[in-house]
Design a protein around this ligand. Structure first.
Ligand code: SF4
Length: 389
């Protein structure tokens, strides 16, 4: 049986080499935002690339500073999302991981995670002089009118892609993609559940395991990858390497720190371990069973960052219960205004419930906003507050 590491490497290689090959073969390439209904594009035989995911790779490779400097937006670096800055820098920086992303033929941006993506992709498509299609997802609870509104935009997206490429939608491929995405998201959720009763999969490994569900959702390889992770870390597997159990189980709320080798700061004390980062669960998308164009409305309307702040707070509180969490570290990510909206109310809510919680300020991809000394000292006080609780 292949190891999860081997499958992950293959998914990475297929994604980057596949894109380079598509470019050579003259096949259409689209840059898409993280929660684009990519199943539609794949059913039209479009190669989809995720600049946000590539920004993570660049940050983890220590390239963020160079790329932000090359973005032409450096004077606004303190105000803009670092994923956007890194991406814009990709067009000018040198010695990029995987040689950079091939040039796209068009872009698709959605606002079901933030409004930044629309402005960033608009600026980028203008700079590249290529077409852009934007999808507007209403925030809040779903209703029939909203579904119709999103559905009509999906039909318009299909027309747009047809016009750009001359390709038609293959309903059979769409159904297969939707079914694969649904199965992969269920399995991805089960990977996390491993850590509910005991710490069985390291948080850094889970963060590094995110790429397939983000960038290759809809392909059968992602299901295989999740099944293998579950097998490798299951207590029923006599060869499983199960970590030493922490005395205090922590939840890291929000984005990891991608530039750190372990993705999260060290606690310098094995009694404290992160057993869950809710960010990786943002890709536990809720696909209904139908496998039709309509079935892609709910998962992409009901994304975590498109929920109203109170729903995000309720969900996090439920995770605290499900994962028997002793303390919550909330990452106030400078880059992401949408994610910041509920951080202080969430911290206050958790404290009222008697759950030790702390806000740490940093940035997911730009290490200039990370102060190890400050963070270590805040974490020391946090550990003391948990020990005293
Ligand atoms: S980090 Fe936040 S602001 Fe940046 S693209 Fe993601 S959701 Fe948008």
């Amino acid at each position: 049986m292949e190891s999860s590491r081997t499958i992950l490497t293959k998914i990475f290689t297929d994604y980057y080499l596949g894109a380079a090959q598509a470019k050579k073969d003259g096949k259409p390439i689209a840059y898409v935002t993280a929660f684009t209904p990519v199943e539609i594009l794949r059913a039209m035989d479009i190669t989809c690339l995720y600049p946000e995911s590539y920004a993570v790779v660049c940050s983890a490779s220590g390239k963020a500073g160079d790329m932000i400097g090359s973005s032409g937006m450096g004077q606004f670096a303190g105000d803009l999302c670092s994923y956007s800055l890194i991406s814009l820098g990709m067009d000018h920086a040198e010695r990029l991981p995987y040689g950079g992303l091939p040039e796209p033929d068009f872009m698709v941006a959605t606002n079901n995670q933030c409004g930044t993506t629309l402005l960033w992709f608009r600026l980028w498509s203008q700079r590249k002089n290529i077409p852009l299609f934007m999808i507007d997802y209403p925030t809040g609870s779903e209703n029939t009118d909203q579904n119709e509104y999103v559905y009509r935009q999906y039909l318009a997206l299909i027309e747009f892609v047809k016009k750009q490429t001359g390709r038609d939608l293959d309903q059979r491929v769409l159904a297969q993609q939707a079914a694969n995405s649904r199965a992969a998201c269920k399995l991805w959720s089960q990977v996390h559940v491993l850590n509910q009763a005991a710490l069985q999969i390291d948080a850094a490994k889970l963060a590094n395991a995110l790429f397939p569900i983000v960038a290759a959702r809809g392909t059968p390889a992602v299901c295989r990858y999740c099944e293998t992770l579950i097998h490798e870390h299951s207590r029923e597997n006599e060869n499983a390497v199960i970590a030493a159990q922490p005395s205090f189980r922590l939840l890291w709320h929000g984005y990891p720190l991608w530039f750190l080798p372990k993705r999260y700061p060290s606690f310098n004390d094995d009694r404290f371990q992160i057993v869950l980062n809710d960010y990786t669960l943002w890709w536990d998308l809720d696909y209904p069973a139908a496998d039709t164009l309509e079935s892609l409305i709910r998962p992409y309307t009901s994304t975590y960052l498109n929920w109203l702040p109170q729903r995000r707070i309720d969900w996090t509180e439920q995770l605290v219960r499900d994962y028997a969490i002793d303390g919550v570290i909330l990452h106030a990510n400078r880059s992401c205004r949408r994610a910041l909206a509920h951080v202080i109310p969430l911290r206050d809510h958790l404290l009222r419930q008697g759950i030790p919680s702390i806000i740490l300020e940093s940035d997911m991809a730009n290490p200039d906003y990370y102060s190890p000394e400050k963070m270590n000292s805040q974490l020391e006080s946090f550990k003391e507050s948990i020990l005293a609780a």
